[in-house]
Ligand binder design. Structure first.
Ligand SMILES: [Mg+2]
Length: 223
C-alpha cells in the first residue's frame, strides 16, 4: 500500500520528455512552443489588424511583462478572450511532439493511487497530448492553466487537496520544473523531479530525482 492518497502529475516535460526536461522554463525553448508562438503571432495579426512583424513585437512585449502568461496579458491589455486565444493557438496536433507510450500506460495502471494532472497549459493541448500518449482515462481530473490560479501559486496546489478532501502531506507531486516543486514542498507534499540530466537535484525542496518517469512506481511503493 502506498502512503499517498493522490499523485499530482505535471504534463509537458514530465509525462513525455523534451530537451531540457528537469530545468525551469525549458518548454519555452522547444519546437512545440515555437509552433504555439507562430500561432500567437498569426492570431494577433488577425485580431488586432496589425502586420505579422508588429504582432511579433506585441507578443514579445506581453511575454516579457507577464512572465510567459500571455493569455492574461492579452486579456488585460487588448481585451482578447482567453478561450478564443487558447483554441486558436494551442490546438496543436500532438503526434509531432509525443507518441503513444505503452510503457507509461502500464506503469500508471500499476499505481493504484488516484492521479490528477496539474498543468499551466490549456485544456485543449492537455487533452490532445494525453490522448496521443494513450493515458487520458487514467486521471481523475485535469487542472489546466486557463484561469488566474496557476503554478507556482500555492492556491493551485491547495484547490486540489480541497477537492479531494486530503492534506498536502498525503500528496506526491511529479514535475520537471524545480520552480513548481518549491511551493508544493513548502505545503508539505512529497516532491519528485523528472530530469533528463544525470545530476541529482541538490535543492532541499526536491525529495527524489528520477531520470525518467517509468521509475516512479518504485518510490510510490516505498514506505
Ligand atoms: Mg513541465
Amino acid at each position: 500500500m502506498s502512503k499517498y492518497k493522490l499523485i499530482i502529475f505535471d504534463m509537458d516535460g514530465t509525462l513525455y520528455k523534451f530537451d531540457g526536461s528537469g530545468s525551469n522554463n525549458a518548454i519555452f525553448n522547444t519546437m512545440f512552443y515555437d509552433e504555439v508562438t507562430q500561432n500567437v503571432v498569426k492570431f494577433l495579426s488577425n485580431k488586432l489588424f496589425v502586420s505579422l512583424q508588429d504582432a511579433k513585437k506585441i507578443r514579445e512585449d506581453i511575454f516579457e511583462r507577464y512572465k510567459g502568461d500571455i493569455s492574461i496579458g492579452l486579456e488585460k491589455e487588448f481585451g482578447l478572450e482567453r478561450e478564443l486565444y487558447f483554441t486558436n493557438t494551442w490546438n496543436i496536433y500532438a503526434a509531432k511532439y509525443c507518441n503513444e507510450d505503452v510503457l507509461l500506460q502500464k506503469m500508471l495502471l500499476n499505481i493504484l493511487t488516484k492521479k490528477v494532472v496539474l498543468t499551466n497549459a490549456p485544456q485543449v493541448w492537455a487533452k490532445n497530448a494525453l490522448r496521443m500518449l494513450g493515458i487520458a482515462d487514467q486521471f481523475e481530473r485535469i487542472y489546466s492553466g486557463e484561469g488566474d490560479i496557476r503554478k507556482p501559486q500555492k492556491e493551485a496546489y491547495l484547490q486540489i487537496c480541497e477537492a479531494f478532501g486530503i492534506k498536502p502531506d498525503e500528496v506526491m507531486i511529479v514535475e520537471d520544473e524545480p520552480q513548481y516543486l518549491k511551493p508544493a514542498k513548502e505545503l508539505g507534499m512529497t516532491t519528485v523531479l523528472i530530469s533528463s540530466s544525470n545530476l541529482l537535484s541538490n535543492e532541499s525542496y526536491v525529495d527524489y530525482t528520477l531520470k525518467n518517469i517509468y521509475d516512479l512506481v518504485k518510490i510510490v511503493r516505498e514506505k
